[in-house]
Design a protein around this ligand. Sequence first.
Ligand code: FE2
Ligand code: FE2
Length: 274
Amino acid sequence: MIIKTLVENTSTSEEFNSEHGLCLHIETKKHKLLFDLGASALFVENAKKMNVDLSKVDLVVISHGHYDHGGGLKAFLNVNSKAKIYLNQKAFDKHYANIRGGDKAYIGLDEGLLPNERFIFVDDNIIIDDELELFSSIKGRRLASLGNQDLFMELSSSMVQDDFAHEQNLIIKEDSKTLLVAGCAHNGIVNIIDHLNIANNGSISHVIGGFHLYNRAANTCEDPLLVSQIGEYLKNTDSKYYTCHCTGIEPYKKMKEIMGEKIQYLATGSQLIL
Ligand SMILES: [Fe+2]
Ligand SMILES: [Fe+2]
C-alpha cells in the first residue's frame, strides 16, 4: 500500500504548497483512492508533482462535512469522470465554526454540488468490498477535543453543538495489515479505536489521521494534559500512528515525546509505504 500526502497543513519542502486541509492518495492492490480532497484545488497541483494521475482514481471517501476535507470536490469532478464519492448521509448538513468577534462562519460543503449521481450517501457503515469499509456512529466522548465546542450544526433552523454524526472513518485491509484512516477524528481518536475494539474488527496495525488537537478558529492547541493522556492511550495500543492536519505541531511534539517511534508526521509531499 502506498500513501501519498497530497495536502495537509505543512509540507516536506518548498516544492509543495500546503493549506489547512487533508487529501491522501492511497494505492492498494485493488484501488487508487483519495481520502478527502483538501480545502481547494491544491491537491490537483500536488498530484501532478507526485506523479498521481487523478483520472485513474476509482473511489473517493469524504470523511466529514467540513470545507477543509471536501472543498476540492468541484475540482475533483472536473478532473475525474468515473470515481464514486462516498459521504456520510449528513455530510451536506449545514456546519459552522466560531470565529473571532463572536460571529459564526459557514464551514460546510458546497450545497451547489447537489444532486450528483456519483455521490454515495452512507448511513452507519458500509462494507464496500473485501478491502474497504466505512463506519461512523461513534458514541463515546472520552478524551475528546475541547476545540469541538467551537463547532456547530444547524438543526431545525437553530444552531446547536455539532454532534459529528457526519464523520465517517475508513478501514483498509490488505494482506496482514489493517489501516484505520480518520479525517479530523472529531469524535476523538480514542473513541474511534474503542469503537473498533468493541465491534471486534480485529486489531488495527496502522492509523493515519488528524486528531483535532489544534483549534484553527482560536489558533490554540489543546491542554497538554489531554494531549499526554491521548498519547499514553495510543502508546499502549498495538498500532503504529501517522498523524497530520488538525493534530497541530505542538501536540504532535508532545505525543512524540511519549510515543517515540510509534508516531510519525505526514507532511504534504510525503510518501509512506505500508
Ligand atoms: Fe479538518
Ligand atoms: Fe473537521
